[in-house]
Design a protein around this ligand. Structure first.
Ligand code: CAO
Length: 450
């Protein structure tokens, strides 16, 4: 027996997210996990799948509506569903709609498609376990008829940010839809050709007159192999390039004496065999203490660049190296968590990142990022600030060094720290104080555990 059921917006990590596409209409037959609508936050475009198969009886949303978790997307007459509370009967709507037809099969589409932020990852579902979608073909010219190129608000904002006239960009998405990559490719092409017909002052990156990218026939010099960049690499590459070009970076280096901390970590590890106590959890604790002491670091510049938004919460992004590239999941409310809980959270997000199971909500809302290369090696490096954050901590491998204690050289375990910051927001003296505070926290285990 068929049953009327409501399809709801799942936890998308944001409130009031605009609907940018409605992918089905009244009368359509939908399969379980077929996309119903596309939402677009400032971090990601995500398709919301139908939780069950059936026939769409009523659409409750339209393009431009803003939705949050729990909003009703559609009323669907579910196939042979077990009895469930049915919503009020659908008003007579869609009478004039085209008759029901099975959705045309289309290539599987991963959801959501990330569009912004360093901490993004394609091929992931909003809640981590929704299967790839089969979605009906959508022609952008139907969604946005006329000559205006179709691009979502976030893509338009991205183009504006780069000073690109969206009218000049050719869309490679379904039905000519303009994607983030199209805007990036347009900018690259314009810079490489030396021409900037539709790029304003901001896209010339502060008026830099860049040489075209060298065009070399590498095969002339020996054997080569071409390997396309992964989607994560392309997306994070565009973000890194923007952050590097637009943020005046300075990196402050500091050493922390973690001899005592390391002894305590080993002891804690021996007492808690079921969770790996990474040195990173101590660094997270120290960073939270430093953010509390120096609120200017727990901040973001607003879009206009004229206002600083100070955050009262402490969500820390952790750069995770995955086979497909770098992603930055966020551990929330680190100020409220102890070392063991942080260790557990770190293990969970690292695994999810490597299994491509992170949802967009898990990669947004970060206040400050930590990029640890400590498990690999190296001394110091210059991490790139993860905009719109204003600073990032790079951590390198600790080494035992002779340190002068006033009487003699003593062997101490020293952790190299590299704090990159946005010099528009933070001045050098403040950064030096922050870095030195961090080192003191890490060096004084009692203070760290307070
Ligand atoms: N100094 C010395 N040893 C360290 C260390 C440090 N600063 N940090 C970690 N280690 C040790 C760990 O204790 C672990 O030792 P055991 O194997 O004996 O337990 C080993 O190094 C490996 O650690 P790990 O890297 O697996 O785990 P982690 O918790 O330290 O880090 C994560 C987790 C997700 C941050 C890490 O795996 C990772 O992906 N790092 C790369 C981040 C990155 O690419 N940043 C660059 C961004 S800029 O382009």
């Amino acid at each position: 027996m068929a049953d009327l059921k409501e399809a709801h917006v799942p936890d998308i990590g944001h409130a009031d997210v605009p609907v940018i596409e409605v992918l089905v209409k009244v009368g359509d037959r939908v399969e379980k996990e077929q996309s119903l609508i596309t939402l677009e936050s400032d971090k990601a475009t995500m398709e919301v799948p139908s939780p069950f198969a059936g026939v769409v009886k009523e659409m409750k949303l339209k393009v431009g509506d803003e939705v949050s978790e729990g909003a009703v997307i559609a009323v669907i007459e579910a196939d042979g569903a077990a009895a469930a509370p049915a919503p009020a009967p659908a008003p007579e709507q869609g009478k004039d709609e085209a008759p029901a037809k099975p959705a045309a099969p289309a290539p599987a589409q991963p959801t959501p498609a990330p569009v912004a932020g360093q901490g993004v990852q394609p091929g992931i579902a909003p809640e981590g376990d929704v299967a790839p979608q089969v979605r009906p073909p959508v022609d952008a010219r139907v969604v946005m008829p006329g000559d205006a190129p179709y691009a979502s608000p976030a893509i338009r904002a991205f183009a504006r940010e780069l000073g690109v006239d969206i009218q000049q960009v050719k869309g490679s998405g379904r039905g000519g839809r303009i994607q983030r990559d199209d805007v990036s490719a347009y900018v690259k092409h314009a810079l490489a050709s030396g021409a900037r017909p539709a790029i304003g002052a901001s896209a010339s990156v502060g008026g830099l007159s860049l040489l075209p990218w060298p065009k070399v026939d590498f095969a002339k010099f020996g054997e080569i192999e071409e390997k396309p960049l992964s989607r994560i690499q392309k997306i994070s590459g565009a973000n890194l390039a923007r952050n590097w070009a637009m943020i005046p970076h300075v990196t402050q280096h500091e050493d922390a004496d973690i001899t005592e901390m390391e002894a305590f970590r080993k002891q804690l590890g021996a007492e808690n065999k079921d969770v790996k106590i990474s040195p990173l959890v101590f660094q997270i604790k120290a960073v939270v203490a430093a953010l509390k002491a120096f609120p200017q670091f727990n901040a973001s510049l607003d879009e206009s660049g004229e206002k600083l938004i100070l955050k009262k919460y402490f969500h820390i992004g952790i750069a995770v190296d995955t086979p497909d590239g770098l992603v930055v999941p966020v551990i929330r409310d680190c100020d409220k968590k102890g070392l063991l809980e942080l260790a557990n959270d770190l293990a969970v997000i690292s695994k999810k990142a490597r299994d491509k199971k992170l949802g967009p909500a898990e990669m947004s809302g970060g206040c400050f990022s930590i990029s640890s290369l400590g498990g690999i090696g190296g001394t110091y490096f210059t991490p790139i600030v993860n905009a719109p954050e204003v600073a990032i901590l790079g951590v390198s491998k600790s080494v035992t060094k002779p340190v002068w204690n006033g009487k003699e050289f003593a062997p101490r375990l020293v952790l190299p720290l590299s704090l990159s910051y946005d010099h528009r927001v933070i001045d050098g003296a403040l950064a030096a104080r922050f870095a030195s505070f961090l080192a003191n926290q890490l060096g004084d285990i009692r203070r760290l555990l307070l």
